[in-house]
Design a protein around this ligand. Sequence first.
Ligand SMILES: Nc1ncnc2c1ncn2[C@@H]1O[C@H](COP(=O)(O)OP(=O)(O)O)[C@@H](O)[C@H]1O
Ligand SMILES: [Mg+2]
Length: 276
Amino acid sequence: MSAPERIPPRSVTTDEPLADLLTHGELTVRGRIRDASNAALYCTVTQDGREATCVYKPVAGERPLWDFPDGTLAQREVAAYEVSEATGWGLIPPTVLREGPYGEGMVQLWIEASPEADLLALVDAEEPEPGWKAIGFAEVGDGKTALLVHADDERLRRLAVLDAVINNADRKGGHLLPTEDGRLYGIDHGVTFNTENKLRTLLWGWAGEPLTPEAIDALKGLQEALTAEGALAGRLSALITAAELDATRARVAVLLETGTHPEPSGEWPAIPWPPV
Ligand SMILES: Nc1ncnc2c1ncn2[C@@H]1O[C@H](COP(=O)(O)OP(=O)(O)O)[C@@H](O)[C@H]1O
Ligand SMILES: [Mg+2]
């Protein structure tokens, strides 16, 4: 259980032809993803001899959520991607809004995750080992508890900052996709950008700790890009409400003022259920 090596920030998404392929390529449904809570379709997209595998989530397949009455899951998924891009960390696979066989939806590049990467673990201990961070104690049956931990991994730490900015209400283990080439992607960002604090995540290991200098730089960049004239604000205003955009600005401001990773608001850290 050793922490992965340092991965420099890099973005696949500056790949314009890929964005073009996802947006304009011919979308063919190959199958339905069974464990999805909303309609999620496994697809290919082809154009001029290029092909990519992707997921297509049509808006028509979204189940309404009482606490997210405005906008769509698909729009928020694209908005989350735009914020990830603006950080330069490339944490979310290229995601676009487009028409498909079941109407408008989000289309996102499919990521082959490598299953052997250790990001989460349950351990029979009071304290995490070096290289790991504590999330909290979990009941594991027979009246026993175990310590839930996540890797002390700088990619996860960036994702924790991104989640705080987008107010992610559902960062679970199955939404972390580590790849063989050492990258890490987060997926499933439909429940984000609420105006109320809904941060629900496994990545509480840095709660209350100072933000890294690179996180502060990224947040300053976001603050700039979120001003009324900023490029990110322009993109987001087509995807989320004005109140949600203001709340995003406010979350960035609070992170920069406190200079620390957010802490759980209640006695127990808010973690998604099931955690994986
Ligand atoms: N971009 C992607 N790359 C690889 N696998 C994906 C991608 N998007 C979704 N999946 C797979 O499909 C499953 C369902 O997608 P998810 O985004 O969780 O949908 P839902 O919003 O319905 O929960 C995920 O748990 C994951 O296994
Ligand atoms: Mg999901």
